[in-house]
Design a protein around this ligand. Structure first.
Ligand SMILES: [Zn+2]
Length: 380
């Protein structure tokens, strides 16, 4: 399978470097229910993993859940609850959504389980003089990182102009915050050398990657809005930590879901919860709807578009159940090859779905249809 690599700008082959394809996916930050934008990412990588597994590839796909974040602390404060209560609650809700969507290819990691790793890695960077203290925080010195900015196609000057995580004592505005000790997040970890603080967002991901994959893996996936600064920073950290210039082969990104011209996000108050959609439509229709658009294109949510897939779902169901004596009940034809050729070319679910629907309408090629339905994770 070839899949688009934001770093190379090409469709690169998803091939395991050491026998098992290792995938890390940026999952939600758990301070609220998950929404359709999250479902798009979860279902996309579920499809990729299932397709590759059914084709005999060994694969480990980790969904990384951020459960250390100021947004979680803010919600805890609002509800007079603890950070642990909020994150536990919404991780449980996310797991219910994942199960209800029929996703069974992804393993879960939560970043708070990797704080110990973060501490050790940051202490190592400090002792190698790759990291430095400023005002109670620890930063990664980016001055000697040649390829910093390559993923997001930003020049050195662009990076400086972005001025992320600005604080007194920072050597260069583009240096990457590793350990945040400056604010009260209601969630602190103690280290005698680092002081109170929390491993900062990008470092949380790098710690999971270092702990599970030794920092070397095949695909890092997530929403397209994460390219900068999140993925650029993770790449810089992993390059420094592993001394490997290409710790991750493919950086892959899924387009945003928007509604009424705005990104679907809790902060805009325009989210459509996975939970509510499942109640009304069920997982088949959500899958059909999301897969009808190529994953790299932005998806503008439309309820009337979603409603159209009720009848698609029925067409598929009736083709499967009312054609018990079809001559192609067990033998697959060239339709399967055509279907897989679409997926092999940067996971073109849109073209694959058109073929699936056409095959269901013909009510003849049932073995092919069953295979397509299985890859799409549809249940009848
Ligand atoms: Zn992440």
């Amino acid at each position: 399978m070839r899949i688009f690599n934001t770093l190379s700008g090409l469709k690169d082959k998803a091939t395991p470097r050491d026998g098992i394809l290792k995938v890390l996916i940026c999952g939600p930050t758990v301070y609220d229910f998950s929404h359709l934008g999250h479902a798009r990412i979860l279902l996309f990588y579920d499809l990729v993993a299932r397709y590759l597994m059914l084709n005999g590839m060994r694969i480990i796909a980790i969904l990384n859940i951020t459960d250390i974040d100021p947004k979680i602390s803010a919600r805890a404060k609002e509800e007079r609850s603890s950070v642990a209560d909020i994150s536990n609650r919404f991780i449980n809700e996310l797991l219910i959504d994942i199960q209800s969507l029929g996703i069974n290819t992804l393993s879960i990691a939560r970043t708070s389980d990797y704080v110990e790793t973060s501490r050790k890695l940051i202490l190592g960077l400090l002792s190698e003089k790759r990291g430095y203290f400023a005002n109670g925080n620890v930063y990664l010195d980016t001055s000697s990182l040649d390829s910093y900015g390559k993923l997001s196609r930003l020049s050195r000057q662009d990076l400086v102009n972005r001025r992320v995580d600005i604080a007194p004592g920072k050597k260069t505005p583009s240096d990457i915050l590793l350990w945040n000790g400056s604010d009260d997040f209601g969630q602190k970890y103690y280290d005698s050398s680092l002081g109170d603080g929390i491993p900062w967002w990008h470092m949380q991901d790098s710690s999971v990657a270092m702990s599970i994959f030794n920092g070397i893996y095949d695909i890092h996936g997530g929403a397209t809005e994460l390219v900068y600064p999140h993925h650029e920073s993770i790449l810089a950290q992993l390059r420094t930590l592993t001394s490997n210039q290409q710790p991750v082969q493919i950086w892959n990104h899924v387009g945003l879901v928007s509604i009424n011209g705005k990104k679907m996000s809790k902060s805009f108050g325009n989210i459509i919860r996975i939970r509510d959609l499942l109640r009304k439509y069920g997982s088949n229709i959500i899958r059909l709807y999301l897969f009808s658009k190529h994953y790299r294109e932005p998806l503008v949510y439309s309820q009337s578009e979603l409603d159209k897939f009720y009848s698609t779902d029925e067409t598929i169901a009736s083709a499967l159940w009312k054609n018990a004596d079809s001559k192609n009940l067990y033998r697959r034809t060239r339709l399967t090859n055509e279907f897989t050729s679409y997926l092999e070319d940067d996971v073109d679910t849109s073209a694959a779905l058109e073929l699936l629907i056409e095959t269901a309408r013909k009510r003849e090629y049932i073995a092919d249809l069953r295979y397509m339905v299985r890859i799409f994770g549809l249940v009848y």
